[in-house]
Ligand binder design. Structure first.
Ligand SMILES: *Cc1c(COP(=O)(O)O)cnc(C)c1O
Length: 447
């Protein structure tokens, strides 16, 4: 399968190139040339199939032309070593718990899948090329760094550098990438998240550095990071259909969104035939997508800090993919594209006050503990679900990952899962770094 750029000015790329490079030469995002529909027989069988088997069918539709059958099967099995349950919260509202992976983040699936796919391509290269390590640079304010570090841990031929702002990452998140060692180097930057991101961007643009080492990135611009998240939505529909017969015409899927990688994967699923009636993108106060739905105008803004900080994004990178999907690769007018999008997706935006209120109300009424991100999704369903519809919202983070906030808002003591506690026992190792690019470059040149 070939991949084209959403900016339309770069040459087509193979899957290997799209994964190794991340971003196209014209700074656009890669899109698969075809989105294969899955057959009716698959959808009929789905309610009785396991998560791994469903995911393999989806993976084959995306990557089957480029990855050997057995290797892809092994890759999917290795990625999905955990469950993805759908829990009934009340009446017709279900929580799709995406936080059962190794670091309790939904990003675990994409991170692990990307690591294994990169490794598959590296092993396939000739001897000479294989001698060169691929270096993954990732700037993080918490969640992405831990998922990527754990996904790539121990994968031969790849080294990961996680850049994080000193004192700005929660202690639980920090220990998830500073205690690993091996092929993971944590870099504690004396600055804020934007400084980390700037250091990474400068590194990609530095010719001398790129001559010295092979560099790539692992955020949701990468096709191998965001596409595997489609697995979750097929599984969700299967699990709900398993419980409620004939439900599938009335399903509404609501995704708390930041960079829009996760909902974009769900929309790819829809294009493949997944029976979902409509989608809701729930935002916190960073609501440029919500405003686009209302006005047809896309106006990026500087991000503002909120309680749901993994969604603090002022210019979501995957917006370009959504526009591309519903404009038939740029051939429809802006109005037609907007009409297509609003026909399928509605929006919601919530202040921190409303997030808190929702967490308290849901806990009091149902006993279910929402984290601040999931709370946006739950509330959007409560407000927008119509008669006869069944709503599924993504609970994107385990509440223990935001323990201080959740404890404070609900007045409870959220237990920390064993898996998180294990990380907290490890010894912190990190490299102290100034926010000057010259220092960071010097460090990498000596690696
Ligand atoms: C990354 C993240 C999001 C946002 O997902 P996008 O794919 O960027 O839209 C939401 N909630 C949590 C907890 C996250 O870590």
């Amino acid at each position: 399968m070939q991949y084209y750029s959403t900016n339309g000015k770069a040459p087509m790329a193979t899957l290997q190139k799209a994964v190794v490079k991340g971003l196209a030469e014209d700074r656009g995002l890669y899109m698969p040339e075809h989105i294969n529909k899955l057959p009716k027989t698959f959808f009929d069988a789905m309610p009785t199939m396991k998560f791994q088997d469903i995911a393999f069918n989806v993976a084959e539709a995306f990557f089957g032309e480029d990855v050997d059958h057995d290797a892809l099967q092994a890759l999917v099995c290795d990625t999905l070593q955990f469950d993805c349950p759908v829990v009934r919260v009340k009446e017709n509202i279900y929580s799709l718990e995406l936080f059962h992976g190794p670091t309790l983040a939904f990003k675990d699936v994409g991170a692990r899948f990307m690591a294994r796919l990169l490794q598959y391509f590296l092993l396939g290269r000739n001897q000479e090329a294989t001698a060169k390590t691929v270096n993954v640079l990732v700037a993080t304010s918490g969640d992405t760094g831990s998922a990527v570090a754990n996904g790539f841990l121990g994968v031969e031929g790849i080294h990961v550098y996680v850049l994080y702002p000193k004192g700005k990452v929660s202690p639980i998140q920090e220990c998830q990438f500073t205690t690993l060692g091996r092929n993971i180097t944590a870099i504690e930057v004396d600055g804020v998240f934007d400084d980390c991101q700037r250091l990474v961007k400068n590194a990609f643009m530095d010719e001398e550095l790129c001559q010295h080492m092979l560099l790539t990135s692992a955020n949701s611009i990468n096709v191998a990071r965001f596409l595997p998240q489609a697995f979750y939505y097929f599984n969700a529909v299967a699990r709900v259909s398993e419980r409620l017969k004939n439900s599938s015409e009335n399903l509404v899927v609501c995704v708390p969104s930041g960079n829009f990688g996760n909902i974009c994967a769900a929309l790819f699923g829809h294009r493949m035939g997944l029976p979902v009636k409509r989608f809701i993108a729930a935002n916190n106060a960073n609501d440029v997508f919500y405003n686009y739905l209302q006005t047809g105008k896309y106006q990026p803004m500087p991000s503002v800090q909120t309680l749901a900080n993994a969604m603090d994004v002022g210019d979501p990178s995957n917006f370009a993919r959504i526009i591309n999907l519903y404009s038939q690769n740029g051939s429809l007018s802006a109005e037609e594209t907007h009409r297509n999008i609003t026909g399928l997706i509605s929006g919601a935006t919530y202040s921190d006050e409303k997030i808190k209120e929702t967490m308290r109300k849901c806990y009091a009424e149902t006993g279910y503990i929402l984290d601040p991100h999931g709370a946006c999704g739950y509330r959007a369903l409560e407000e927008q679900l119509r008669q006869g519809e069944i709503g599924i919202f993504c609970e994107t983070a385990h509440p223990a990952k935001f323990k201080e906030k959740v404890d404070d808002i609900l007045g409870i003591d959220v237990p920390i899962p064993e898996r998180l506690q294990a990380f907290m026992k490890g010894k912190k190792q990190s490299v102290a770094m100034s926010k000057d690019f010259a220092d960071f470059k010097q460090f990498l040149m000596n690696e």
